[in-house]
Design a protein around this ligand. Structure first.
Ligand SMILES: [Zn+2]
Ligand SMILES: [Zn+2]
Length: 176
């Protein structure tokens, strides 16, 4: 299955793939010791880009670090979150995702294929009477739905179901 890169998407400035030296420097700058393990993990995160999970990073680094555990990958990702290199996405379902873009933005998530897409930050509009004295520090909006690919798939599936039904029933089963 191939997916064409959706046009008009929020295209954040993705951090370039650093060399090992750059990775070490980046870790130092963030106040972390540049262990070889951390360097390999940072490089893997950067090359995967977008929204990574500990599992996807683990798969990526296993060949280079055969003795690494998933737990170590988790811990490293969390320490990268702590120093502001990554942002943890709180989605409430599925595995924890780590965002390589740390500046504020929102997400569109497909309920079917779980694909996560970035969208421009939109200012959170809470009417003053509903703020309850709260000063807003951070807003993350997650919009759940169906991506164009899955929507098309669903329509095709409905068509297939339809063709096996008597014609009278067909007209009633078109959904969006
Ligand atoms: Zn989808
Ligand atoms: Zn994101």
């Amino acid at each position: 299955m191939t997916r064409s890169g959706g046009g008009g998407r929020f295209t954040p400035s993705r951090p370039p793939r650093p060399s090992l030296d750059e990775t070490a420097e980046l870790l130092h700058r963030r106040g972390l010791r540049a262990t070889p393990q951390r360097q390999v993990i940072v490089k893997a995160v950067r090359s995967l880009g977008g929204h990574v999970t500990a599992e996807s990073v683990f798969e990526q680094v296993r060949s280079e670090l055969p003795s690494i555990s998933l737990k170590t990958v988790y811990e490293t990702l969390h320490s990268l979150v702590a120093v502001g290199e990554l942002q943890e996405l709180i989605l409430g379902v599925g595995p924890t995702h780590f965002d390589t873009i740390v500046r504020p933005h929102h997400h569109l998530i497909c309920l079917n294929c779980n694909r996560i897409q970035d969208i421009d930050p939109v200012e959170c509009i809470i009417p003053p009477q509903q703020r309850r004295g709260f000063s807003v520090v951070r807003t993350e909006v997650t919009v759940w739905g169906r991506c164009p690919f899955c929507k098309k798939l669903r329509l095709e599936r409905n068509d297939q179901l339809d063709s096996s039904r008597p014609p009278a029933e067909r007209s009633r089963s078109v959904t969006s």
